[in-house]
Design a protein around this ligand. Structure first.
Ligand code: VAH
Length: 317
C-alpha cells in the first residue's frame, strides 16, 4: 500500500493518479492538509508536521511505500524563511522516522534543481556539482538529500530522490514556484489573454513535461535497489527554454499571442539556477530518457487545456 503525502499539490495530484492506475485505487492512500472535493479513492487528512498522524495512517493501512510530495516551494518559501525551513525539514524527518520504525520498503523524496547555486556550472550541471542553494527551499532540499542518504547508509532505508526541473502539466496548477510562469503562459494562451511574465525573456531554465516527470519517478522507484548508485538525488533533464522561446512556440498555434515582461524577485532566484542539466547518471543507472520537447509540450498543453476549459473539467486547485 502506497501513501502519498501532499496529494493535492502540482506533482502530488498527478502522481497519485498514476500510482492508482499502476497499483489499483485501494492500494493508494492520498493525503494532504485538506480534503479534495470529488476525489475518487482513499483520502486521509495528514498534516505531515504531525508524526503521530503519519504513524497512525501507516499503521491503519499497512503502508509499505511513502511518497513525500509536501513542501513549501522556492518563491513562496522566501516570504517566511524559518517557517519554510521548519516545515520542509520537520515533514521530512517525520516521514524518515516513521518509515524507519515501520520498516517501510521504499520512500520517495523529491528534490529540485533549486539545490544548485552560483557555485555550480550553469550549463550541463553535473550530479556532483557543488551545492550552494540561494533559497530556503533549495537549502532544505540540499539538506533533505543528505538526510535521505544518511537514512540509507545508517538504517538501510531505501529512500530514492529526483531533482525535478520546472514541471509543466495541464492536470494541475503549480503553487509558489519560480517556474510556475511556464504553466500559466499556456492557460493565458488558450484563454486568448495577454501574458505578463515575472521572469526576463532570456531566463532559460531546465523544464520537464509532467508526464515525463511522473514516468521518471515511477521508473526510479521500480529500478532494482542494487542499480541505485546515488542516494542523495538524481539529476534529470527534460528540455531547457526561455520565456521568449516558449512564447514563440505558442505563436505557431496562436499568432496573436502577446507577452510582456515584468521581472520580479523570482528573476533573482531563476538567475542563480542552472540553464541545463547533465542527467547522465540517471540515464546510466535506470535508463532515464525524456520523451517531450518544447514543440510536443506546447502541442499537448494547448490541446488538453482547450479540452479542460471547454468541458469546464478544471480539476485544478
Ligand atoms: C519551484 N517548481 O519553482 C519548483 C521547482 C525547479 C523548480 O523546484 O520552486
Amino acid at each position: 500500500v502506497i501513501l502519498v503525502i501532499g496529494a493535492n499539490g502540482q506533482l502530488g495530484s498527478v502522481l497519485t493518479e498514476s500510482l492508482k492506475h499502476k497499483f489499483g485505487n485501494s492500494n493508494v492512500i492520498a493525503s494532504d492538509l485538506r480534503p479534495r472535493e470529488g476525489y475518487e479513492g482513499v483520502f486521509e487528512i495528514i498534516d505531515a508536521t504531525d508524526m503521530n498522524r503519519i504513524h497512525d495512517v501507516v499503521t491503519q493501512y499497512n503502508v509499505t511505500q511513502i511518497y513525500h510530495l509536501a513542501a513549501i516551494l522556492s518563491a513562496k518559501g522566501e516570504q517566511t524563511p524559518l517557517t519554510t525551513w521548519d516545515i520542509n525539514m520537520k515533514t521530512l524527518f517525520n516521514v524518515l522516522e516513521v518509515a524507519r520504525h515501520h520498516k517501510i520498503d521504499k520512500v520517495f523524496f523529491p528534490s529540485s534543481i533549486a539545490v544548485f547555486g552560483e557555485g555550480a556550472p550553469l550549463n550541463n550541471t553535473p550530479n556532483n556539482a557543488y551545492l550552494d542553494p540561494a533559497t530556503v527551499y533549495g537549502i532544505s532540499k540540499a539538506a533533505g538529500e543528505n538526510w535521505a542518504q544518511y537514512y540509507f547508509m545508517r538504517y538501510g532505508l531505501d529512500v530514492r530522490s529526483i531533482r525535478y526541473p520546472g514541471v509543466i502539466g495541464y492536470q494541475s496548477l503549480p503553487g509558489g514556484g519560480t517556474t510556475d510562469y511556464a504553466v500559466d503562459i499556456y492557460h493565458k494562451a488558450v484563454l486568448k489573454e495577454e501574458f505578463n511574465c515575472f521572469l526576463k525573456e532570456d531566463a532559460t531554465l531546465p523544464m520537464i513535461f509532467m508526464d515525463d516527470a511522473i514516468r521518471a519517478t515511477l521508473e526510479l522507484m521500480d529500478a532494482p535497489k542494487e542499480d541505485i548508485t546515488i542516494r542523495t538525488s538524481y539529476n534529470i533533464a527534460g528540455i531547457s527554454f526561455s520565456p521568449a522561446e516558449v512564447a514563440s512556440e505558442i505563436r505557431k498555434l496562436y499568432p496573436d499571442f502577446k507577452i510582456s515582461y515584468e521581472p520580479d524577485f523570482r528573476q533573482e532566484i531563476a538567475s542563480r539556477w542552472p540553464k541545463s542539466i547533465d542527467d547522465s547518471a540517471a540515464r546510466k543507472d535506470w535508463s532515464w530518457k525524456p520523451k517531450f520537447d518544447l514543440e510536443s509540450i506546447t502541442g499537448t498543453m494547448i490541446e488538453k487545456l482547450k479540452e479542460n476549459y471547454k468541458t469546464g473539467s478544471r480539476n485544478l486547485e
